[in-house]
Design a protein around this ligand. Structure first.
Ligand SMILES: N[C@@H](CCC(=O)N[C@@H](CS)C(=O)NCC(=O)O)C(=O)O
Length: 221
């Protein structure tokens, strides 16, 4: 059985969970409080980060490498295009969300509001929260611009880029930090991806001390 060490609101873990579910890989989810630095966990991943996956007898880390390994070993349904230019665009956008969006938005909102409390690291820093709340507007506008000329973020097919973006936005939506009224185009894209069976496990997540808002799991949000 495949086993994923994760935390529920981690966008990197969510991207892997979505990819596993799309590819119909059954997975046992094990919550890993990575900040407690359990020696067993450090042995599995000396970088002390989640996700860590135990798959096909191997332990693997780094969400993008894991997702591309899944794509290489379980080609259906296809989440990477064949054409090199299109593959480049998927990878560029995965990096956009996992690097830039993460640094400017997810880390400033989810980590400040949720992770700090769980890790007993004090209260959210209002400067960071304000910064994240301003920057998410720029990112939603960029997504709107992309989606005006494409059916999905990286082109006309659904790809890993959509799951990278949806992983971050779903974590933020769990704490009501996405203004879905900013762009009907982005909202329609999210409604489409949220209604996929692969999203169900994410919508059932419950983080102790942080109940999700009613709209979080509602497909008609
Ligand atoms: N590049 C890594 C990033 C993983 C990552 O930063 N995960 C966070 C949780 S969302 C973490 O484990 N942070 C612990 C740390 O940085 O020490 C990936 O894509 O898997």
């Amino acid at each position: 059985m495949t086993r994923l060490y994760h935390v529920p609101l981690s966008p990197f873990c969510r991207k892997v969970r979505l990819t596993l579910a799309e590819k119909k890989v059954e997975v046992e989810l094990v919550e890993e409080r990575y900040w407690e630095q359990d020696p067993e966990f450090l042995r599995r991943n000396p970088a002390a980060k989640v996700p860590v996956i135990r798959l096909n007898g191997k332990t693997m880390t780094e969400s993008q490498a894991i997702c591309e390994y899944l794509e290489d070993t379980i080609p259906e349904p296809r989440l990477m295009p064949k054409d090199p230019e299109a593959r480049y665009e998927v990878r560029r956008l995965c990096a956009w969300f996992d690097d830039k969006f993460h640094a400017e938005v997810t880390s400033k909102l989810v980590y400040e509001r949720v992770n700090k409390k769980m890790m007993k690291q004090g209260y959210p820093d209002s400067k960071n929260v304000k910064f994240g709340a301003v920057r998410i507007k720029y990112h939603l506008d960029y997504m709107h611009w992309l989606l005006e000329s494409r059916r999905w973020l990286a082109g006309n097919e659904m790809t890993l880029a959509d799951f990278a973006a949806a992983a971050h936005l779903s974590s933020l939506d769990y704490i009501s930090d996405v203004d879905w009224n900013r762009s009907q185009t982005v909202k329609d894209w999210y409604a489409k991806i949220k209604s996929r069976p692969s999203f169900r496990s994410l919508l059932a997540d419950q983080v102790s001390g942080f109940p999700p808002p009613a709209h979080y799991a509602d497909l008609d949000f």
